[in-house]
Write a protein that binds this ligand. Structure first.
Ligand SMILES: C[S@@+](CC[C@H](N)C(=O)[O-])C[C@H]1O[C@@H](n2cnc3c(N)ncnc32)[C@H](O)[C@@H]1O
Length: 250
């Protein structure tokens, strides 16, 4: 009976033609998942709208491959060649920014923006490097693309531009690591993550990962301390976050 009632509600999709839409917090959707409803509610729906997704400033291919695995037409772009095979443009993102993308996930360089580099801010202001970093970030954030996520660590853009829409951690999405990550979103919902099992969902949070404490008293995630000098390791997107982006936004 309940199932019959629910079937009158457009199968969890918006009344417009966006058939891939899946409102995560929708009570209706949750009821469907209990009743063994449509694939949408179980998170295994097939892709009916193939999105053109640009993953800007990504050499790893991690977010790109998560979207491709969901059936989307995704391409990474970086000045560096790709670490893993797949659609990739080696060159400046600004060469291809206006090529008709439906969505962009952007990871602009944070070297001159992140709070972790605050000790060098004065120098970077004087030599113009910080302004270049700000301009780069804003060109991506204000690109003419319908759905945008700009990702960066905690830094000056929160006060210079606006506070991020969401702050996440890798351990929210199954990876036992800490790295405070800000997301600025345009036409995208916040990523859903579950702290503890509840009636409807399994927890997505895992342990935070090991921390180390220096003699100075400073505390830091162990993985981060150990990857000192390895910028690539530090900047690679975590698999769980990439998967959540593709599952929830794709
Ligand atoms: C913070 S890293 C992001 C890495 C990403 N999370 C990944 O998993 O590959 C920033 C990247 O921006 C790239 N980059 C810098 N300027 C660029 C440009 N004009 N066009 C495209 N990529 C650029 C750098 O080469 C660097 O790999």
């Amino acid at each position: 009976m309940l199932r019959l009632l629910l079937s009158g509600r457009n199968n969890g999709r918006r009344p417009d033609k966006d058939r891939s839409y899946c409102p995560h917090d929708d009570i209706y959707n949750r009821l469907w998942s209990i009743l063994g409803g449509p694939d949408c509610a179980r998170g295994v729906r097939s892709v009916e709208v193939r999105l053109r997704v640009l993953v800007a400033c990504e050499f790893s291919g991690i977010v790109r491959d998560a979207f491709i695995a969901r059936g989307h037409d995704a391409m990474s772009c970086d000045l560096l060649p790709p670490e893993s095979p797949g659609p990739h443009y080696t060159g400046s993102v600004f060469d291809i920014l206006n090529d008709g993308w439906d969505m962009m996930i952007a990871h602009p360089p944070c070297t001159h923006l992140a709070c972790s580099g605050a000790a060098w801010f004065e120098k970077k202001k004087k030599n113009g490097k910080q302004q270049n970093g700000i301009d780069f970030f804003m060109k991506l954030a204000e690109a003419s693309i319908n759905k945008i996520c700009v990702e960066n660590p905690v830094g000056i853009m929160s006060s210079l531009w606006r506070t991020p829409d969401q702050i996440i951690q890798p351990y929210y999405f199954g990876d036992e690591y800490q790295k405070t990550t800000c997301l600025w979103l345009k036409n995208l919902l916040k990523l859903k993550h579950i702290k503890v099992d509840d009636l409807f969902d399994k927890a997505t949070h895992v342990n935070k990962g090991e921390m180390i404490k220096y003699a100075s008293g400073k505390v830091m995630p162990k993985w981060y301390a150990e990857s000192r000098g390895n910028g690539h390791l530090r900047s690679r997107t975590f698999q769980g976050i990439a998967k959540a982006m593709a599952e929830q936004w794709g």
